[in-house]
Design a protein around this ligand. Structure first.
Ligand code: NAP
Length: 259
């Protein structure tokens, strides 16, 4: 299936590794030119070089923090009129809400709610004027089924989800769709680092903790980031213009509800 987006321009945030990187790769395979951002230069440059070599698309790599106004300004200067925007940032730390200060909450809101909103604010009117836009927010399965130790994530991402539910109905008539992708457990560095705490507590190795966790999923495995990237590319396709305001849960069936 040709997704009909060859030659389009995309900003993909937090994209040197993991799910953001997978989204960038899948879009590049469809011929989409990319502006990538992550803080660490080395991994970012390696990802940009790999994508260029594999697909031949143009890739601009910006080493900066997307949660800062300066980082966002750099990305928007590199790609002022994106057709596609994939918002993403690192997830907040786990813990007990009694230990979190107001600053912890503001940092989580900045990363996982306000940064996507700022980026959308800067790009959505141009998309509507041009008659094409696809915005994907990488959120979390925690929006659908809260994870107790990830209260910062549950809260901040739910705020974004509520905002998107309203806005996405206001843009679709101009062929600008806004959808959220909700990852369950995907095999990335983030997943490994969240298993480190559990390993320390239980006296097991990280690999043992991960092996046990795999078996708790109905699919008996974690998700492959490439599966996530391809779902993102489809939601960015020319064919997906009638899908907006949706929350697509990708969790191997872990959420047990009928809907
Ligand atoms: P990951 O493998 O750790 O990759 C995170 C990527 O984001 C890296 O490229 C990192 O590069 C970049 N990044 C982090 N903070 C950034 C910032 N402030 N500015 C720019 N780039 C930044 O994580 P992942 O598993 O792909 O997770 C992506 C998102 O999905 C996170 O919010 C995570 O909480 C959420 N999520 C993941 C899972 C899962 O199972 N993997 C499940 C639910 C939700 P630098 O560090 O160099 O900046």
């Amino acid at each position: 299936m040709d997704l009909g987006i060859k030659g389009r321009n995309a900003i993909v945030c937090a994209s040197s590794k993991g799910l953001g990187r997978a989204c960038a790769f899948s879009l590049a395979r469809e011929g989409v030119n990319l502006t990538l951002i992550a803080r660490g230069q080395e991994a970012l440059d390696a990802t940009a070089a790999e994508i260029r070599a594999a697909t031949g698309v143009s890739v601009t790599a910006i080493a900066a923090d997307i949660t800062t106004p300066e980082g966002r300004a750099l990305v928007l200067a590199a790609c002022p009129n994106p057709d596609i925007l994939v918002t993403n940032a690192g997830g907040p730390k786990p813990g007990d809400f009694r230990d979190w200060s107001r600053d912890d909450w503001v940092a989580a809101l900045d990363a996982n709610m306000l940064t996507p909103i700022e980026l959308i604010k800067a790009t959505v009117d141009g998309m509507m004027a041009r008659g094409f836009g696809r915005i994907i927010n990488i959120t979390s399965a925690a929006v659908k089924a809260p994870i107790d130790i990830l209260g910062l994530s549950n809260g901040a991402r739910s705020g974004l989800t509520g905002f998107i539910a309203g806005l996405s109905r206001k843009t679709v008539a101009r062929n600008v769709t806004i959808n959220n992708l909700l990852p369950g457990p995907f095999e990335t560095d983030r997943l490994r680092s969240t298993a480190t705490g559990a390993a320390k507590e239980s006296g097991k190795t990280v690999d043992e903790v991960l092996a046990a966790r795999r078996l708790t999923n109905p699919a008996l495995r974690f998700g492959d980031p490439a599966e996530f990237g391809d779902a993102c590319a489809y939601l960015c396709s020319a064919q997906s213009g009638f899908i907006t305001g949706q929350n697509l849960l990708m969790d191997g069936g872990a959420f047990p509800g009928t809907f």
